[in-house]
Design a protein around this ligand. Structure first.
Ligand SMILES: NC(=O)c1ccc[n+]([C@@H]2O[C@H](COP(=O)([O-])OP(=O)(O)OC[C@H]3O[C@@H](n4cnc5c(N)ncnc54)[C@H](O)[C@@H]3O)[C@@H](O)[C@H]2O)c1
Length: 272
């Protein structure tokens, strides 16, 4: 059984449905609502999470879909207990829920800073805190995939709080990999760059780029171009499904020797 956070939309939905297609029952959780007034792109809805649940079922697996905020440890522990009661054991965690906003570090509000750190970094820790006792108890090992970002390895100007949260996830991933190795549990982080989802809507980004055009330099096109791409200067986005390819590989035995690794999912962009 797999637990996926931020599963109502975007990459989380793609991961939940793909893991089901690979044979996992799924606990799919999402806030399904506005995270904070500082997050300005459209929020996921209950209907979006229901759509994910339909996708999991269409893949022939069972699903426990629930509206849970990853900032709420008690709610996370509750859904894990319910999932274990329903499906028997927990093998895979994809800690994917995250939010993004744009501003310069010395100009953002405390709420803008706190929201990104609370969801992306502390929310991921709370998810791990809720999941690991059940995974260890099951005694079958497991695989934890932490969704960081290219900005968890390099920085992009205009979202330093996001970059700090995603760099924090690298430390979390690697320390956890050391701690849970003795239980046969693997922990790796993935670092996507530019995936086509609501988060990467251009409004928030275009505002800061209009004010600070030089920030465009940290948003370079990806060196590896898809075969159908005609304009090499276009910032082509990846599809969520392409990230799911990597997530399912990390979740499965094909990556059995990897733990404490940072896997770029970036078509080579991090090498600039
Ligand atoms: N889109 C990209 O280009 C990109 C690149 C690198 C990393 N990422 C990361 O990938 C992950 C998925 O993002 P996405 O691109 O699919 O964005 P998205 O906005 O489409 O999906 C994020 C999901 O997380 C949910 N969520 C947000 N806060 C939550 C909370 N407190 N509790 C529970 N659920 C919550 C949202 O409701 C939404 O369904 C995020 O961690 C993001 O930072 C995205």
């Amino acid at each position: 059984m797999a637990l996926v956070t931020g599963a109502a939309l975007g990459q989380g939905r793609a991961h939940a449905i793909r893991l089901a297609a690979e044979g996992a029952d799924v606990i799919a959780i999402d806030l399904c609502g506005a995270v904070s007034p500082t997050i300005t792109y459209p929020a996921a809805s209950s209907d979006d999470l229901a759509e994910t649940a339909r996708g999991v079922k269409a893949s022939g697996r069972d699903v426990l879909a629930r509206e849970v905020d990853v900032r709420d440890l008690a709610a996370l522990q509750h859904v894990v207990a319910d999932g274990v009661a329903q499906f028997g054991r927990l093998d895979i965690l994809v800690a994917n829920a995250g939010v993004l906003s744009w501003n310069r570090l010395w100009e953002m509000s405390e709420e803008q800073w706190d929201t990104v750190i609370e969801v992306n970094l502390s929310g991921t820790w709370r998810t791990i805190r809720a999941v690991l006792p059940a995974m260890i108890e099951a005694g079958n090992g497991g695989s934890i995939v932490i969704v960081s970002s290219a900005t968890g390895i390099e920085a992009t100007a205009g979202n330093g709080h996001y970059s700090a949260s995603k760099h924090g996830l690298v430390g979390l991933t690697n320390a956890l990999a050391l701690e849970v190795g003795e239980y046969g549990i693997r922990v790796n982080s993935i670092h996507p760059y530019a995936v086509e989802t609501p988060m990467t809507g251009l409004e928030g980004m275009s505002d800061i780029l209009a004010r600070h055009p030089s920030y465009l330099h940290s948003l370079s096109p990806m060196p590896l171009q898809p075969r159908n791409m005609t304009d090499p200067m276009r910032l082509a986005f990846m599809a969520p499904d392409e990230v799911s390819d990597v997530v399912t590989w990390l979740a499965g035995d094909g990556s059995a020797t990897l733990s404490g690794s940072q896997i770029a999912v970036d078509r080579g962009q991090l090498k600039y």
